[in-house]
Design a protein around this ligand. Structure first.
Ligand SMILES: [Zn+2]
Length: 112
């Protein structure tokens, strides 16, 4: 791993995103994803959305307060991801409440 791979936007190019990585790890372990529910604190970007749809995942559970803190630079990705999920028939439930953990996002730490 080279230093330049970890800097700025490069970390989004050289590394798998969390949801994408979860789908790959399920495949590696032989865990069936078809028809399953994925729990995530945020909404998936377009890249992760495609992995979720291809894996046959049918429902996402997200965290409303985390989504509300989304930086403007990600809003296009999340909006387009939502369109793809809707077209694919993936349902989304947004949990509204505290989860009781410290969260870190966009350089800010808060009580999630
Ligand atoms: Zn992603």
């Amino acid at each position: 791993m080279k230093d330049y791979m970890l800097k700025g936007e490069n970390k989004h190019i050289f590394f798998n995103h969390a949801e994408q990585d979860a789908v790959y790890k399920a495949a590696k372990l032989g865990t069936k994803t078809e028809g399953k529910t994925m729990v995530m604190p945020w909404l998936p970007c377009i890249r992760c959305t495609n992995a979720i749809i291809s894996a046959g995942i049918r429902k996402l559970i997200t965290h409303k307060q985390m989504i509300e803190r989304t930086d403007n630079k990600w809003k296009y990705e999340l909006r387009e991801g939502l369109k793809l999920l809707s077209e694919a028939g993936v349902s989304i439930v947004s949990y509204d409440g505290k989860v009781g953990e410290r969260a870190y996002m966009h350089g800010e730490e808060w009580e999630a």
